[in-house]
Write a protein that binds this ligand. Structure first.
Ligand SMILES: Cc1cc2nc3c(=O)[nH]c(=O)nc-3n(C[C@H](O)[C@H](O)[C@H](O)COP(=O)(O)O)c2cc1C
Ligand SMILES: CCCCCCC(=O)C(=O)O
Length: 331
């Protein structure tokens, strides 16, 4: 007995990552200010981004008891493939901001966990490299996110490449005729950092850095996008599933059904586009009621826990997706 007590090597309990909020805080310590702002902020008054997460707190779970959960199975089907649980990685551009491997690391993680990933058209790696990274780990389906582009040949080229690489679905992002008004990006003059390109659009770092962030977006995407022109065109050029990402109303759910789309993602772009639109968990029941089972419905925006996923599924979503947690994990 006696002597000096042996110091027990304990990790600082505050550094332990037990939930997504811990992951967010940890990422904040590592990312440069302008990068953290780009990822974490929403548009104008931050109303929608704030409500996306807080709205979940309004809903309570009517829990039933004395149910045998010893063989609980969280798996489900997404894009015709078994998924280990109902959560995929939303399309999110410029993942190279958070880790040099960017979308490659996300693809590997998704394959390891047996969940799908949607490839952003503003990814820092090619569709082929991202697909290969995932397939190197396991067979997993990917969706290809698209915007309506000014250059139809380029748009069709991306679709062909997505088909060649075995993507299953197109997520047509419909809530972004222009980039949202994001004061943080303007204040910081945020530009994609040196060394990162947009290979899917054939843009190298030099070309990107010469333009403001908003101009990069506006120069390539088409703000005259519309249902009547663009959905039949997409249908005419591909057999991939067509999903509309960014729906928050019954009216647009009905448009997607009328035009023969395969699914909608109830999404407000994580509060980064038009501010003041409803939280997605609040918009979901309206879309589900309008659909009456005639179209698949997924949801993203503010989902930060299994309980959030449970609530979204209870309110009619088939599947959930997350955006920002990808960056926090990568960092
Ligand atoms: C940094 C960042 C980049 C994003 N890039 C895209 C994109 O390229 N295309 C797209 O359709 N949505 C994009 N999104 C929106 C996500 O797909 C998704 O709708 C949103 O992040 C979900 O909300 P959450 O971040 O609260 O989970 C991006 C989101 C973030 C945070
Ligand atoms: C010029 C790069 C634009 C990336 C856009 C990604 C996106 O949709 C976002 O919300 O940010």
């Amino acid at each position: 007995m006696g002597g000096n007590p042996v110091p027990i090597p304990t990790k600082n309990p505050d550094d332990r990552i037990l939930c997504i909020e811990d992951l967010r805080k940890s990422a904040l310590k590592k990312l440069p200010r302008e990068v953290a702002d780009f990822i974490n902020c929403g548009s104008t008054d931050q109303i929608t981004i704030h409500e996306n997460t807080t709205a979940y707190n309004k809903y309570r779970v009517r829990s039933r008891v004395l149910i045998d959960v010893s063989k609980a199975d969280t798996s489900t089907i997404c894009f015709g493939q078994r998924s280990s649980f109902p959560l995929g990685c939303s399309p999110a551009g410029i993942q190279g901001l958070a880790h040099p491997d960017g979308e490659l690391a996300t693809a590997r993680a998704c394959a390891k966990k047996g969940v799908p990933m949607a490839i952003s058209s503003f990814a820092n790696y090619s569709i082929k490299d991202i697909r290969s990274a995932g397939l190197g780990v396991g067979p997993i389906k990917h969706a290809m996110q698209m915007y309506t582009l000014k250059n139809r040949e380029l748009e069709e080229g991306i679709i062909r490449e997505a088909e060649r690489q075995g993507c299953t679905a197109i997520f047509l992002t419909a809530d972004s005729p222009v980039l949202g008004v994001r004061y943080n990006e303007w204040r910081n003059d945020f530009r994609t950092p040196d060394g990162l390109g947009f290979p899917i659009y054939g843009w190298d770092t030099e070309k990107i850095r010469k333009q403001t962030h908003d101009d990069s977006f506006t120069n390539i995407t088409d703000d005259s996008h519309n249902w009547a022109r663009d959905i039949p065109w997409l249908r005419s050029v591909t057999n991939m599933e067509i999903w509309i990402k960014g729906v928050v109303t019954a009216e647009d759910t009905l448009m997607a059904i009328q035009l023969g789309c395969d699914g909608i993602i109830v999404s407000n772009h994580g509060g980064r586009q038009l501010d003041g639109v409803p939280a997605t968990i609040d918009a979901l029941p309206e879309c589900v009621a309008a659909a009456q089972g005639r179209i698949r419905i997924h949801v993203d925006g503010g989902i930060r826990s299994g309980t959030d996923m449970f609530k979204a599924i209870a309110l009619g979503a088939e599947y959930c997706w997350v955006g920002r947690p990808i960056f926090w994990g990568l960092s």
